[in-house]
Structure formats: C-alpha cells, structure tokens
Design a binder for this molecule. Structure first.
Ligand SMILES: CC(C)(COP(=O)(O)OP(=O)(O)OC[C@H]1O[C@@H](n2cnc3c(N)ncnc32)[C@H](O)[C@@H]1OP(=O)(O)O)[C@@H](O)C(=O)NCCC(=O)NCCS
Length: 224
C-alpha cells in the first residue's frame, strides 16, 4: 500500500512528517520520499523525522554506536538489522536519532532507540516515539514495550509514559568467570556467556561477576 498523504506538524519545536494512507488499509510505512509535499519549512528545524532509507546505513550505524557510548550496552553492530518500523531523525540527511520497532502482532517491541550524544535532550527521541505511536495505533497495535538497563534511558521511558512490569539480572560472564558456572560438551570451550538470572540473586551475582545489569521491561499501552 502506498501512503500518499503527508501531514506536517510541529512536535517539540521540530517539523515532523506524519504519513497517512488514503486507501483505508493502513501501513507502518510512511510516505515515500518522492511523494513528500514540498512545503515551506519553519526556520531552523532540528531534524526531519522520516523513514529509514538504505543510503542512511553509514550514518545510522555511527549514530547508534555514538548514542550507546557511556551506556551499559557494549555491543557494537557492524551491520544493520532490518525491522518492521524504522524511523530516523535526520539533520542535513545525516542520521542523528533512530528508532526501530518490531511489530510481530498487537504487541510491539522497541529494538533500538538512540540519539547522537551531541543532539540529546532536544526532544528528538520523543519526536521519533510520537511518530511511531501514531503509526502503531493506526495499525491496531495495543502495546509497545522495551527492555532497559540504563538510568537515563529509564528516565526517558518513564517520562514518555512507560511503566515497569518486571525486572531481572543480565550477567555478562567473561572467559575467566564463565568456567565457574558453565561447562560445555563435545570439546567446546566457552569463552564468555550472557546469562539471565532472577533479581532476588543480585547480591550473589554481583559478588561472582564483574558485569551485572538490572534489566527492566517497560510497557506503554497504545489502545485499550
Ligand atoms: C534515551 C535517549 C534515546 C533519549 O533521547 P533524547 O532525544 O535525548 O530524549 P528527549 O530529548 O526526547 O528527552 C525527553 C525527556 O526524557 C527525559 N530524559 C532524556 N534523557 C535523559 C537523561 N539522560 N537523564 C534523565 N532524564 C532524561 C527527560 O525528562 C527529558 O526531558 P528534559 O530534557 O526536558 O528534562 C538518549 O539519551 C540515548 O540515545 N541514550 C543512549 C541510548 C540508550 O540508552 N537507548 C535505550 C536503550 S533501551
């Protein structure tokens, strides 16, 4: 389905494209770049909120890596994983914010949200989320959830109306640590492991392992 109607709105001081299909069926996809109505812009918008494009990949990856600097996420994606809803905040066509959402059914999950450190606390992630919520709501999605480890991200989710529903520990065991709890068969040697553990065992896990994070599931209802 081709979404062909683009509303331009101001959200948090930025210009945001909200795409809406006219055919009755609704899609997570926004308007294609080609169908964007050339309108006069407000002076100095921080970024366009729009769909991810293949040409964004290098700056998307840079934004994700830089956005995660200083957080507990040490994983660096060398390639992009495609998902159902992919939004970017682009300034001069360079990605400075991103939001990926998996939509397997009525319960959607945030796969990635990150804003370039030079552009944080300017409403970009909030504008990305607003756009995503609008599209998810139109597609009949009931809830949006995420897993959070870092306090600043948790503060952002709570500010945006997400509530915590459960938590557990995530342990990243090093090569030296993993041998104390795991043994592999068939001549394999574990060189590290990622393990989930009940929250009640936090004190014990922190004594045993260097890298232990509290992982919280947060959820926001979109439709009743
Ligand atoms: C979390 C993140 C995406 C927020 O992006 P952002 O564009 O800076 O957020 P916004 O400007 O929309 O923030 C809106 C509100 O959220 C809260 N908030 C955002 N960042 C915060 C922080 N570092 N500390 C405390 N509250 C914060 C504040 O209430 C803020 O409003 P204020 O600036 O008027 O106080 C960004 O900090 C980031 O990329 N973090 C690293 C990546 C990450 O941890 N992702 C989550 C993985 S689950």
């Amino acid at each position: 389905m081709v979404a062909d109607d683009v509303r331009r709105e101001r959200v948090g001081g930025e210009v945001v494209d909200a795409a809406r299909g006219r055919t009755g069926g609704l899609s997570l996809l926004g308007a294609s770049r080609g169908s964007e109505v050339p309108e006069e812009r407000e002076p100095g918008p921080l970024a366009d909120i729009r769909d991810y494009e293949t040409a964004d990949e290098p700056s998307w990856l840079r934004c994700r890596v830089l956005g995660l600097l200083g957080t507990s996420h040490h994983d660096v994606w060398q390639v992009r994983h495609r998902t159902d809803l992919e939004l970017v905040a682009a300034g001069d066509n360079v990605v400075i914010g991103l939001l990926d959402v998996s939509v397997p059914g009525a319960e959607a999950v945030i796969d990635a949200v990150a804003v370039h450190p030079d552009h944080q606390r300017r409403g970009l992630a909030s504008a990305l989320l607003e756009q995503a919520l609008r599209r998810l709501e139109r597609c009949g999605v009931r809830t949006l959830e995420a897993w959070v480890q870092d306090d600043p991200a948790l503060a952002w989710f709570e500010r945006l109306g997400f509530v915590e529903t459960e938590r557990h520990l995530r342990v990243h065991a090093s090569a030296a640590e993993v041998g104390t709890v795991l043994s592999a068969k068939h001549g394999l040697e574990p060189v590290g492991a990622v393990l989930d553990v009940r929250i009640e065992r936090e004190t014990e896990m922190r004594q045993r392992f260097e890298r232990v994070h509290v992982r919280r599931r947060v959820i926001r209802r979109i439709r009743p």
